[in-house]
Design a protein around this ligand. Structure first.
Ligand code: ADP
Ligand code: ADP
Length: 236
């Protein structure tokens, strides 16, 4: 089953004369291990699509399926939305949004703690993640002592803490210079490959598009896929 599927998803904000159609009949499937990019001008509906996929808001019309389960609407089968979201979806935003008075390690431990993982196994998992994102040497530093790229790596470690099958990122490299941005984008690619998560990244960075398996473009609420996105299957 796809990690993420949107079926005929539309989203209208407001009503009457004030209504804004942010998404129009969006259909998309993302498979496990796929790294997908989402491009498009400001106001096109990219953030709205991430909110639907991340169960942060409900579509006006259509269905959101995660991991084979209906996750939207009154007939959703996922039970408690917050618990499901915590367990199954990782989020990374433009700003790392780390807790400022917690160290790098503690920020990751907190994400594990919220999902009931504590003690030695949680510490081992947190260190494994910091190693994986190449920020283990920053474990005892506060966010204010870290560079933007290092903060974002810790934010990614935190997002991966509970091994989510879906990772959503909204312009995660926008605040980084192009070299550090590409390094962080390469980490997302590695995450998709290593963990089998489906990764969906909103980005304006056209220089890193070669890292994506699939590239989608959003324009005025309509989603299209660029043909011939460098499909990983078959090329490795
Ligand atoms: P993007 O992320 O591509 O910049 P958004 O998804 O943020 O686009 O916005 C899509 C459209 O929906 C825009 O016209 C925006 O003004 C509108 N919009 C977004 N969020 C809201 C909201 N909470 N209330 C009303 N309109 C909104
Ligand atoms: P190995 O060489 O042991 O096969 P991998 O290539 O699988 O290692 O992973 C390299 C590093 O990334 C290891 O420290 C591993 O624990 C870590 N790692 C692998 N998968 C994940 C994951 N899903 N989340 C976080 N870290 C991971």
């Amino acid at each position: 089953v796809p990690a993420l599927e949107l079926r005929g998803v539309s989203k209208v904000y407001g009503s009457g004369d004030m209504a804004v159609a942010a998404l129009s009949q969006v259909n998309v499937q993302l498979q496990a291990g796929q790294m997908a990019g989402l491009l498009g001008p400001s106001g096109a509906g990219k953030s709205t699509l991430l909110m639907m996929a991340g169960l942060l808001d409900e579509p006006t019309e259509g269905e959101v399926w995660l991991h084979g389960q209906l996750a939207s609407g009154a007939r959703a089968t996922i039970g408690d939305h917050r618990a499901f979201r915590r367990a199954c979806i990782g989020f990374v935003f433009q700003k790392p949004n780390l807790i400022p008075f917690l160290t790098g390690l503690e920020n990751v431990l907190l994400a594990l703690d919220i999902n009931g993982q504590r003690g030695a196994p949680a510490s081992a998992r947190a260190m494994e993640l910091l190693n994986y994102l190449e920020v283990a040497h920053r474990r005892d530093n506060l966010p204010s002592q870290l560079s933007g790229g290092e903060q974002q790596r810790i934010a990614i470690a935190r997002a991966l803490a509970n091994r989510p099958p879906l990772l959503l990122a909204d312009e995660p490299t926008a605040a980084l210079d192009s070299q550090r941005g590409r390094q962080v984008m390469t980490l997302f690619q590695r995450v998709a490959k290593d963990t089998g998560a489906a990764v969906l990244v909103v980005t304006h960075d056209h220089r890193s598009l070669d890292l994506f398996d699939r590239i989608f473009e959003m324009d005025d609420g309509c989603l299209t896929e660029r043909p011939g996105g460098s499909s990983r299957t078959g090329t490795e």
